[in-house]
Each structure stands twice: as structure tokens, then as C-alpha cells.
Unconditional design. Structure first.
Length: 268
């Protein structure tokens, strides 16, 4: 029962009977489950504060121990009465917020060695059983306090950039494949190209037969020029206007379908 040892050392001067040691152990179990002690008696006293320690005078009445607790989230306020009946301790706990009541009966000799009150390492026995009895008989019926308030959000390393509109998308590393773009036939792609200064999207409002969704042959950027441009002269994905008329296999309207008035050849 980690944490009980320093509490027991602090409370040792007030522990004179086995039931005192048992109350100390019960108190620490409530602390572990998110409760803090307010004081003794049925009614609040002046200047009460939540504390992990037992209040002054907690052991004054060896027959009836009366302690009040409040959860760290302020949702539960417990009134605990530990009543001695012969060799047993009857725990009666009421949640003043919900008016729920829980009862547990403990045989003191099952959990305390009366001859070792001065030795913390020997005074308690069957500690796991004691914890189970407190949890199942008091904490579970009355409701455990909520988790720690203001808990920090769990950091997620797998959050995609598009889930957060305030984050910029990562830059595409050199030599890697560009991310897929929406299909030009998608109704949500309309107007996309007009908003993209880099020309990497489709769906502009200006009709382009080369981006109409109709299969077309690959354009040779050196068409119409004597000789050929060297490899790599046109970066991949860059916009490039051919220097001359393309071959007859180009889909869509002929570039000369709107010649200047009075001209038969727009290249004259």
C-alpha cells in the first residue's frame, strides 16, 4: 500500500489500539481513490481544507470514528462512521450528494497485528483483501470520482495534416511521387485549377482540351523546333507552351480555329 507508510509514521503517536491502525489504512484507501479528508464530526468546522492527512482528534473516540471526505472533483462528499462492535468494525458511509449509503463489516484481527503497532512492516496483513473490500463495498456502490481535472490531451503522432486546418501541409520531398489529385471529372474539382498558381490541380473554369478527361497522347515539348530539346529542359509538372503547332493527333479543336481577321495562317 504505497504511501501508507509515511502516513502511518506521521499518525503513529495517536495510534494506541488495533482499530486505530485499521482506520488509518481505510483512510489511505479513500485517499488513493480520489478523496480528501475535510475533518471530524458530522458538521463542517471552521477553516476546513482538503487534506491527505488525518485531522486532529480523529482517534479521540475509540468506539465511533467519524470522518468527512470530499472528492477531488467536488462531485462526492462522504460521511464515514467506523463503529466498533466487539472485535469487528462496521463501516457506514453515506454520500451526501446522492444520499447513497454503503456498509462494510471488517474483522479487525484479519487485517491488523495488535502486537506490532510500532512496526509498520508487520502491523498490516491481508492488505490486498482489505483494498478489495473497500473498493467493492464503498467506492463502487457510491461511485468513484472522475479522472484528474485538466488532464492534458494525449499527443497523437499519426494526425494527418488535413485534420487540422491551421497546419500547413508538409512539403513534398524532392524525388518523391506527388500526391494524388482529384479527378477532373469530379464535381468538387470545378474551379480548383484557377485557385492553384502552380498548375498542379485540374478543374479550371477555362476549358482546356488537354485536361478534359479525354485520353490524349503525350505532348512532346520540342514539337515544331528543328532538333529536340535536351532531356530535363522542361521540369516535370511545369506548364509548357509548345513553340509550334502540334501534330495531327492532338484531340480537341485546332489551335488555328480562331485566326485573326483576314489571315489564313496565324503564323504569318
Amino acid at each position: 500500500m504505497a504511501g501508507l507508510e509515511p502516513l502511518y509514521a506521521w499518525a503513529r503517536p495517536a495510534i494506541s489500539r488495533p482499530q486505530d491502525a485499521l482506520v488509518c489504512g481505510i483512510h489511505w484507501e479513500l485517499i488513493r481513490h480520489g478523496y480528501r479528508c475535510l475533518g471530524t464530526g458530522d458538521q463542517p468546522g471552521p477553516d476546513e481544507r482538503k487534506s491527505e492527512l488525518l485531522p486532529a482528534g480523529w482517534e479521540a473516540n475509540k468506539e465511533v470514528y467519524t470522518l468527512r471526505y470530499k472528492s477531488t472533483d467536488d462531485a462526492h462528499e462522504l460521511l464515514l462512521k467506523a463503529i466498533m462492535v466487539e472485535d469487528s468494525m462496521i463501516l457506514n458511509v453515506m454520500d451526501r450528494s446522492s444520499q447513497k449509503v454503503a456498509d462494510v463489516t471488517l474483522a479487525v484481527a484479519n487485517y491488523i497485528n495488535p502486537e506490532h503497532l510500532d512496526d509498520f512492516h508487520k502491523v498490516y496483513k491481508n492488505t490486498e483483501e482489505l483494498r478489495t473490500r473497500i473498493t467493492s463495498g464503498i467506492i463502487a456502490p457510491l461511485g468513484a470520482p472522475a479522472g484528474r481535472a485538466g488532464k492534458e490531451p494525449e499527443f497523437r503522432e499519426d494526425v494527418h495534416w488535413d485534420e487540422n486546418p491551421l497546419r500547413l501541409p508538409p512539403r513534398q520531398p524532392m524525388g518523391t511521387r506527388a500526391p494524388s489529385r482529384p479527378s477532373p471529372l469530379s464535381p468538387f474539382a470545378v474551379g480548383g485549377e484557377d485557385l492553384d498558381p502552380f498548375g498542379g490541380r485540374s478543374g479550371g473554369m477555362i476549358v482546356d482540351p488537354l485536361h478534359s478527361g479525354i485520353p490524349h497522347p503525350v505532348i512532346d515539348p520540342s514539337s515544331g523546333i528543328p532538333g529536340r530539346l535536351p532531356p530535363g529542359a522542361v521540369p516535370p509538372g511545369a506548364r509548357f507552351d509548345p513553340f509550334g503547332p502540334l501534330g495531327a493527333g492532338r484531340p480537341g479543336p485546332d489551335p488555328d480555329h480562331l485566326p485573326p481577321p483576314g489571315y489564313d495562317d496565324m503564323f504569318m
